[in-house]
Design a protein around this ligand. Structure first.
Ligand code: GLN
Length: 483
């Protein structure tokens, strides 16, 4: 039963082959048995899950239907869940029980999804390896000595290990697409504003966006359908109609113009990944796509710009964690200043402290123009590059990451080495564009992802291309040994 996709689960529930309660019990037992090897969950919500599963079964018995009614999922632990610990992977929020549900959580619960738990993540979503979590690193089910990617590493490892069919994630600079690539999943970062950020603990507000992680594009379509839509509680949420993503999966790719940026194939890319990406291009050509070389000339400036803008926003967002209103408070503070200093010094881990310092520096009076303003100008150039490219092509294709999953600890002493792994993903966040990663093969037994980018609000096109590719390839069906 644990091998079923969301789409198969929906059919099985509709045909009364099993109940949501039965399925939920099977998956909870599987998590109890296998997750100790992976550490993909921070909290399990067994009681809530069984209660939601029974309620979903009752709704089905009353004639209701829906692809998510009774479907087991989990949430990255930065989506607020009422009455349940929402830790953001940090000691700072280890004792924090959210007083309300994030919009995404509420919407999925209303659609009948069953929450099995909250998944592990890099502290405050800062990282590319899921090693900065207060709750310890997550292991990659494809090789337990390797990282699963980050920051949504817990969601990715759990879905890849078939502990559950799908989970939510968030992507500020690649945190859905990169772990999807490193664990052989399909992951989608929607257009900025497509999915409500209300109740999603903020890292960098102008870049953060929630989205689905699943094994197939078909399942990402189902989960995104439940997450997307206008939310008056989020002032950057956009009031655009949400298309029927599942209905769009079967459109033909005949004549689809795919752009492959020449800058993607630089020295930093593992040549074995380059070969797999070109093989995926050949596959899409067979389905009718036309390939065109394009250029994104400002791409080389993306990492420096992102690593100014994201920490700048983080330094502002994280100022709310002061030991006074919520979260960790140090023992016996001597005075207010001591309370702030020690609560923040003891509550935040080293990567978070580094980002706060970098961000506060970039925003400070003497350096604002030199760093923050400059980074914002680069951001505009990167967006303009994409706008020009999308005048010529419908989709942009390339690798999701320059390398496969690295060994745990391998980049710990050099944060910049980890930042460089984000080279292909962060441009979509800087421009606000939707992006998807899907399985494209293996290097040394480790998964490789191909990334597709599309114009604003064209999530449906990404899902359509990925679904057609998955109907003709079987990379996404491979299961890690031992799971
Ligand atoms: N690796 C990037 C960072 O650390 C992206 C993280 C994310 O998307 N949340 O900022």
């Amino acid at each position: 039963m644990h091998q079923l996709t969301l789409a198969e689960i929906a059919r099985g529930l509709a045909d009364k082959k099993f109940s949501s309660e039965e399925l939920t019990k099977v998956l909870l037992a599987r998590i109890a048995q296998l997750d100790p090897q992976l550490n993909s969950f921070i909290s399990l919500t067994e009681d809530l899950a069984l209660q939601q599963a029974k309620a979903a079964d009752a709704r089905r018995a009353n004639g209701e239907s829906g692809a998510l009614l009774g479907a087991p999922i989990a949430h990255k632990d930065l989506f607020c869940t009422q009455g349940i610990r929402t830790s953001c992977g940090s000691k700072m929020l280890d004792n924090f029980k959210a007083p309300y549900d994030a919009t995404v959580v509420a919407k999925l619960a209303a659609a009948g999804a069953v929450t099995l738990g909250k998944t592990n993540m890099d502290e405050f979503a800062m990282g590319s390896a899921n090693e900065s979590s207060y709750y310890g690193p997550v292991k990659n089910p494809w090789n337990l000595e390797h990282v699963p990617g980050g920051s949504s590493g817990g969601s990715a490892a759990a879905v890849a290990a078939r502990l559950l069919p799908a989970a939510t994630g968030t992507d500020t600079g690649g945190s859905i697409r990169q772990p999807a690539a490193l664990t052989n999943l399909t992951g989608l970062k929607p257009t900025y504003g497509r999915v409500s950020r209300w109740g999603m603990i903020a890292y960098a507000s102008s870049l953060d966006q929630g989205g689905p992680l699943a094994r197939t594009a078909e399942d990402c379509a189902i989960l995104l359908q439940g997450m997307a839509g206008f939310d008056p509680q989020d002032s950057t949420s956009i009031d655009e109609p949400v298309p029927d993503y599942s209905a769009g999966l079967n459109a033909s790719l005949q004549g689809l113009r795919i752009g492959v940026p020449k800058e993607y194939f630089s020295a930093g890319l593992d040549p074995r990944i380059a070969d797999l990406i070109m093989a995926s291009v050949e596959e899409l050509k067979k389905l009718g796509a036309v390939i065109k070389e394009i250029s994104l000339p400002n791409m080389q400036h993306a990492i420096p710009a992102y690593y100014v803008i994201a920490p700048a926003e983080a330094s502002s967002n994280l100022s709310r964690f002061d030991g006074v209103r919520f979260g960790y408070r140090c023992e016996d503070p001597k005075n207010l200043e001591d309370l702030y200093k020690r609560s923040r010094g003891e509550g935040f881990g080293p990567e978070v402290q580094r980002r706060i310092m970098v961000g506060a520096y970039a925003l400070s009076a003497g350096y604002y123009d030199a760093y923050y303003l400059k980074a914002q100008k680069i951001r505009r150039l990167i967006k303009n590059d994409f706008m020009a490219a999308f005048n010529e092509v419908d989709i942009i294709l390339g690798p999701t990451t320059p390398n496969p999953a690295w060994k745990l600890g391998a980049k710990n002493s050099d944060p910049v080495a980890a930042y460089l792994e984000d080279v292909y993903t962060i441009t979509a966040n800087l421009a606000g564009l939707p992006g998807l990663s899907m399985p494209a093969g293996f290097v040394d037994g480790l998964p490789v992802g191909v990334q597709l980018l599309a114009p604003y609000f064209q999530e449906g096109r990404l899902l359509n291309v990925a679904h057609q590719y998955q109907l003709n390839t079987d990379w996404h069906t491979r299961t890690p040994t031992g799971f």
